[in-house]
Design a protein around this ligand. Sequence first.
Ligand SMILES: Cc1cc2nc3c(=O)[nH]c(=O)nc-3n(C[C@H](O)[C@H](O)[C@H](O)COP(=O)(O)O)c2cc1C
Length: 367
Amino acid sequence: MTSLPTLQIGQHIARYPIIQGGMGIRVSGARLAAAVANAGGIGVIAAVALGLNSPYFDRTERNVSRRKEQFFAANRLALIDEIQMARRLSPAGILGINAMVAANDYETLVRTAAEQGINVIISGAGLPMQLPGLTADYPDVALVPVISSTRAARLICRKWERQYGRLPDAFVVENPNSAGGHLGAKWEELDNQIPQAEQIIPELVTYLREELGQPIPIIAAGGVWDRRDIDRMLALGASGVQMGTRFITTDECDADIRYKEFHLQAKPEDVVIVPSPVGLPGRALRNGFVERAIANDPTIERRCIVSCLHTCKCRDEQQNYCIIQALDNAARGDVENGLIFSGSNAGRAERILPVAELMAELVAPSP
Ligand SMILES: Cc1cc2nc3c(=O)[nH]c(=O)nc-3n(C[C@H](O)[C@H](O)[C@H](O)COP(=O)(O)O)c2cc1C
């Protein structure tokens, strides 16, 4: 394939079929999303817990209910700031947010993003069954669930059609064998029971075209690194790709420089599976924190700071660690005491480069 096709999601048409995956906390913020949107892709702000590291939240507040109230209010205000900044940086680009169903303020964040004129909402970490209801007043917002199986697609399509008379504008199909972040699979399935993209994408295409009768675009996520990977996913029937890890080692990535350098220095064998209080395994880079988390080291702090999730093993069972604290530590540059999520391709980046250069490389014809 020489030139890549455009990608239409709802009424939005991106010049290139590349979505930059939402990466929390503050790994993909306004700067990264706007840079990707300006370069012809779809830029995505991770909406999770933006308030934690914002002027609207005081970590030292000792009264627990006041702290929680302030945190959720801060998340909303910080999301508004982030979307407005991204829009200033990319007036005409396609911008999205990633919102996790598992978060306690999911509904508020989705509504806020729609009010703020976001173009696309990508939503995973649970099935986004209520999403069309939350954005009903904003029909131009494209809605994109993240799934890892045809079964999940079927459940969402049935429910959305029955209850809201609409279907998703696209599906992100995330491959738990290679994606970074929380994985849509059980720990014990990760070894060999998960179908590869070669199986799941054609299966989903068949379901959407033949059973549902709707050619909903499929976006392949997990382990996509270069133009050859993009071509491979398109050949399987995907309409585009979502890439996370590759965008971390860019100038515009919103994480601290030490986070990017940690990624740069990583080797493929540093990529490990780590338990998370969310109850799902995650893929991350090995560091002191991850080793302690895997070993279930009792010295890890297990204090719930704001009750951010519907179910959380840290809050409910004093297990694992506080996920937002761990992700925030890392993104702010504490790479020994933070959780550095990463896809299986870590170790392949050679330098930190501008997004425009990376996008130009990704869309150039494969040799
Ligand atoms: C650091 C990091 C943070 C992530 N955070 C989120 C998130 O907040 N919500 C989400 O749905 N996916 C999240 N993901 C998954 C990405 O959006 C994307 O689907 C995934 O990284 C694709 O795999 P790749 O990293 O191999 O390209 C995260 C991934 C990484 C690497």
